[in-house]
Design a binder for this molecule. Structure first.
Ligand code: SF4
Length: 345
């Protein structure tokens, strides 16, 4: 259904320099993101999702280094692919926002508290060569309407005059200001109530379908991922351990870590008593265990797991995982409950 990759991530690795050694935050990550598609990247805190997102737009902190890999962006105008890791600082500024925009976790921190939204909109546009203030204002007002905000009121407001949900939608509109082909959302609804989360999901789905951008959705909220994503990427200890179509991954997980994530959240009919948390904690990314990094926490582990690192292999069409015993996992009956569905039921 999706044919053209807009972003191709190939063997990407990122390390942080720390006193004890090198923190291998992202290890050999490869996947494509197709035009119009939503890919949700899921996993516990510290699994490398945010580092991956920051690497895609080269906004990593100074202590981080991309040690290998490629990130290729293919524009819809069929020009030659852009090798993101080779862009100069000037080219990068154009790439961010125009080709690939990122909407950060905390709407409050991402907006300048002393500037009206209008000034922040115009400043963003000016920084990318858009000097027609009237046209920029019209586009911003149109986008505010699309994300269900009162355009005039929000445009002239200061961030503190808006609620958390409104600020998050302002950021989303700002991200869309220059009509990017990829949007990366890093935990966009973490601090929001369930009804606002619902609104944002609906807005995102509609805009994605109408405007045709690709969405990379970084989240630990499986219910939102289930509602929004076409494909799921599960990350553990900096690596992709499973990737596949949303229903395949959630109903028929092929990695015990994805299964553990699924069992740790409520489903629509299950009670809290049925929830099972994943025992133990993620490995030290400076000193990774031999073999499968999930082995110390895995109920399916056998001797071979501690010796041989499982490779990410395709087991069914479009469904790959890195597990020696992927075919021993059960089929699940229900997707995680969407918070909004709980509210609405
Ligand atoms: Fe568990 Fe072994 Fe699979 Fe790793 S390879 S996830 S330890 S069963």
């Amino acid at each position: 259904m999706f044919h053209q990759p807009v972003l191709s991530i190939q063997n990407l690795s990122v390390e942080y320099a720390a006193r004890r050694g090198k923190v291998k935050a992202v290890r050999n990550v490869s996947f494509d993101v197709f035009r119009g598609e939503t890919v949700a990247v899921i996993g516990e805190s510290g699994c490398g999702k945010t580092t991956l997102a920051l690497a895609l737009v080269r906004l990593l902190p100074r202590a981080a280094k991309i040690t290998s890999g490629k990130i290729l962006f293919q524009s819809s105008d069929h020009s030659a692919p852009i090798d993101v890791l080779r862009l100069t600082q000037r080219q990068l500024r154009a790439f961010r926002w125009r080709n690939c925009a990122m909407v950060f976790q905390s709407a409050l921190n991402a907006l300048n508290p002393v500037l009206r939204i209008s000034a922040q909109v115009q400043e963003t546009a000016r920084a990318h060569g858009e000097h027609d203030t009237k046209q920029v204002e019209e586009r911003a007002l149109w986008l505010f309407r699309q994300v269900r905000l009162d355009p005039k009121r929000v445009y002239h407001a200061y961030p503190h005059e808006l609620s958390g949900g409104m600020r998050q939608r302002v950021l989303l509109a700002l991200g869309l200001l220059l009509d990017p082909q990829v949007i990366i959302l890093d935990e966009p609804t973490t601090a929001l109530d369930v009804l606002t989360q619902r609104t944002i999901i609906e807005v995102l789905k509609r805009l994605r379908d109408e405007m045709g951008f690709a969405l990379i959705f970084i989240s630990h909220d499986l219910s939102m991922a289930a509602e929004l994503a076409h494909r799921i990427v599960t990350m553990y200890a900096g690596e992709v351990v499973e990737i596949g179509q949303v229903n395949d991954v959630f109903y028929r997980p092929k990695h015990p870590y994805t299964l553990g994530l699924m069992r740790a959240v409520p489903n629509l009919s299950g009670g809290r008593a049925e929830l099972v948390s994943i025992q133990g904690s993620p490995p030290d990314l400076i000193d990774l265990p031999r073999g499968c990094t999930f082995a110390p926490r895995c109920g399916y582990a056998q001797a071979i797991c501690r010796e041989q690192t499982p490779l990410l292999e395709m087991h069914e069409t479009d469904h790959a995982s890195a597990c020696h015993f992927w075919n021993q996992l059960p089929v699940l009956r229900e997707l995680p409950a969407a918070s909004s569905q709980e509210i609405g039921s």
